[in-house]
Write a protein that binds this ligand. Sequence first.
Ligand SMILES: [Zn+2]
Length: 216
Amino acid sequence: MNARTPHSVGANPDVLLRAGRPARSRTSGFLAALALALALAFALPDLALAEEADNNVIDPAQRADNSFIYDTTIESLFEQASLYDNRTVQIVGEVVGDRIETNNGTGNCWVMLTSMDEDNSNSISVLLSAEQANQIDHYGRYGVTGTTLQVRGIYHQACGEHDGLPDLHAANSSVLAKGIEHPDLLEPVNFLPGIALILLGLGLVGAYMFARERMR
Ligand SMILES: [Zn+2]
């Protein structure tokens, strides 16, 4: 709210005129006083607001706000790439593959974030700072579920800085779930059908050879 609304005392010429003029009668004097009192009553909240507004510091260095955040998914980034192009998006995915350091001395690195939807294998390259990447405890591969990472940053359908490939430049990242290792457990019971088939095969070979010997 602006401090200079028509309610403030100085901005109401009507009130000033009436108050400044010699009162013609008691009634007009009373009306003028009433008007002044009303004007003051309306002006006070405005003054309070004006003080509050002073505390709301404007930062001229702040960039224009195009940062409407799309809370979306990796699938959607591919399905509606042009909608999200150059927008701030927030996605959740599993970190897979390896961390690849950029060679430009910034310490930034690339990780692959893959869709959490089991029926969908889309993945996106995410540019993270080294600090952000250090949050990752597991990189997904066979037998390992990678860290579940939530990343907020700018999505590029075809990044001009990075060979025209789709990517996401992360501003924030947070770990939603740690990775898990799934060591292959050798269950002897699982081998029984295989062993049975091998024995059956050997038995058949033996029977065949026996029968052939008898044929001679
Ligand atoms: Zn890029």
